[in-house]
Design a protein around this ligand. Structure first.
Ligand code: C2O
Ligand code: CU
Ligand code: CU
Length: 526
């Protein structure tokens, strides 16, 4: 690299003519919608009623001082009390367990000092039940959700979605799982109850007083995405999973703001994947490692039968390249202790108990109807979405988020199948007299309101080397709602707009990118 790598973050800000304060004043502080009034409670009968609040709290995460967090607290007010489970001692949760077909009503109360709204990530719900930023409610206000669970069995999740505040609110602790079950899943006969374990992976940085520190690098952290220097699983550092010598179902969620994991066992044991974002695969597939981008879920079948009691196994994040932001990222020296793409331990498994229980990995798990390109209404001309950096903002087709507006090329018709192509175009950022720098960022693209299928991936020849450090870890065989688009990569998706017309968002799930405006509306018209 040139002399540019000697620049400090501050120099860069000066050179680029932007102080952090100047940049933050716009995106962070303004643009809140006026909170909606509490909605009247619908009177339809429901199977399950939950009161959910977002509150401030203190939890013990590290030895010493407790950490101030924001967390969801739930209570079943009607229906099966087992529908809500807590993760004891964690800021995360609760876990909401529902069955396909159930009608739920969730009354969300915002007891935070700022606006918020809950989004049900991956669920297929009407647009006003989806937690769009335009529905954010202010402190002490309430939003009532009512929907029927139409999704197939799978690991979904919920988190806040107020515009420009999603990253900080998730970071402070707001996130929980929605585990949907159905008959197909029951028939598959997978490990259940204590052998079915959710694992939410996040990274955090703690200040000396044990308090969470967000975007310590200011604007640069926001542009590149936050990377913490500690890995937490289910809200706990140095996580150890005690197991018996038998098969387990592990449900992994990457709940991190921007960190991508390349997951593999330290002893090289291959991973058996049984589900992705939208539930079970047709049949199990094997990978030597798994690339898990923010918001993605993966479910593993892990058989500890052959392992000795007392032995330990580490789930690592392995070395990869291409997500660190090109020259820009290198120059900014993203969290050197745990840089993107360096190797570190995510969790340890400790075999603690002998079990004689045998369970065989099912050969078939579920049925997945395949979308076909020839059925897409725009098969000749995929809708193209180019992901680029412009004037220090991440954009989609050159645009950033606007609360209500939708462009013509973002309008689709209900009951049609379309092909969309996301194109990650690495760019150059002008550095004035310093010349220019490349910026390359991976973007985990998420589409609200539906589950899609990945049709095809292509990568620019000159960017293949980095891509190949993660590409064998993609699991595109199943239903997805989030897909990682690496620098220089183009990914084609097939998506069908069903049941609900309305206004939904699609965005980068690098939450700092999202908050910087890398999000747009799309409208489904009847
Ligand atoms: Cu998981 Cu729009 O979000
Ligand atoms: Cu979502
Ligand atoms: Cu992004």
């Amino acid at each position: 690299m040139s002399q540019s790598d000697k620049l400090s973050r501050r120099d860069f800000l000066r050179l680029s003519g932007l102080g952090a304060a100047a940049l933050f004043a716009g995106p962070i502080l303004s643009g809140c919608t006026s909170p909606e009034q509490a909605r009247p409670i619908p009177t339809t009968t429901v199977d399950l009623e939950i009161a959910l609040q977002a509150v401030q709290k203190e939890v013990q995460i590290l030895p010493g001082k407790a950490t101030r967090v924001w967390t969801y607290q739930g209570q079943v007010t009607k229906g099966d009390p087992a529908s809500l489970q807590t993760l004891p001692g964690s800021y995360l949760g609760p876990i909401l367990r529902v069955r396909k077909g159930q009608r739920v009503r969730i009354t969300f109360t915002n007891n935070l000092p700022e606006q918020s709204i809950v989004h049900w990530h991956g669920l297929h719900v009407p647009d006003d039940m989806d937690g769009h930023p335009r529905h954010a409610v202010g402190p002490r206000q309430t939003y009532v959700y009512e929907f029927q669970v139409l999704n197939r069995a799978g690991t979904y999740w919920f988190h806040p979605h107020p515009h420009k505040l999603t990253g900080s609110q998730v970071y402070k602790g707001l996130a929980g799982l929605v585990l949907v079950s159905d008959d197909e899943e029951t028939a598959a006969g997978l490990p259940s109850a204590e052998y079915d374990i959710p694992l939410i992976i996040q990274d955090r940085t703690f200040a000396a007083d044990n308090q969470l520190s967000y975007l310590p690098g200011g604007m640069m952290d926001q542009m590149m995405g936050f990377l913490g220097d500690r890995i937490l699983v289910n809200g706990q550092p140095d996580f150890v999973l005690p197991v018996a010598t038998r098969p387990y179902r592990l449900r992994l969620l990457n709940g991190s703001n921007s960190r991508i994991y390349k997951l593999g066992w330290q002893d090289g044991t291959p991973l058996t994947v049984i589900a992705t974002d939208g539930g079970l695969l047709e049949k199990p597939v094997q990978r030597s490692y798994i690339t898990l981008a923010p918001a993605e879920r993966i479910e593993l079948w892990v058989d500890f039968s052959g392992r000795a009691v007392g032995s330990e196994l580490r789930l690592q994040s392995l070395v990869f390249a291409g997500a660190e932001g090109g020259d820009t990222g290198m120059m900014m020296g993203r969290s050197p202790a745990l840089a993107d793409g360096s190797e570190f331990t995510v969790l340890r498994v400790r075999v603690e108990r002998k079990s004689e229980e045998k369970q065989a990995l099912p050969e078939r798990l579920s049925a997945i109807p395949r979308y076909r390109l020839e059925d897409a209404v725009n098969r000749e001309k995929p809708r193209a979405f180019t992901l680029t950096m412009q004037q220090m903002f991440w954009t989609i087709n050159g645009r950033t988020f606007e609360m209500e507006s939708v462009a013509e090329d973002e309008t689709v018709k209900l009951n049609t199948l379309e092909v969309w192509e996301f194109i990650n175009q690495p760019g150059t950022m002008s550095m004035g007299m310093m010349g220019s720098m490349t910026e390359e960022m991976a973007h985990p693209i998420h589409i609200h309101g539906l589950q899609f299928q990945v049709l095809e991936r292509k990568v620019r020849p000159e960017m293949t080397a980095n891509w190949e450090t993660v590409s064998a870890g993609f699991v595109d065989e199943g239903w997805k709602d989030t897909v990682l688009v690496m620098p220089g990569e183009r990914v084609k998706l097939l998506l069908k707009f069903e049941d609900y017309a309305g206004l939904y968002v699609y965005h980068c799930h690098n939450l700092e990118h999202e908050d910087l405006g890398m999000m747009r509306n799309y409208r489904i018209t009847a």
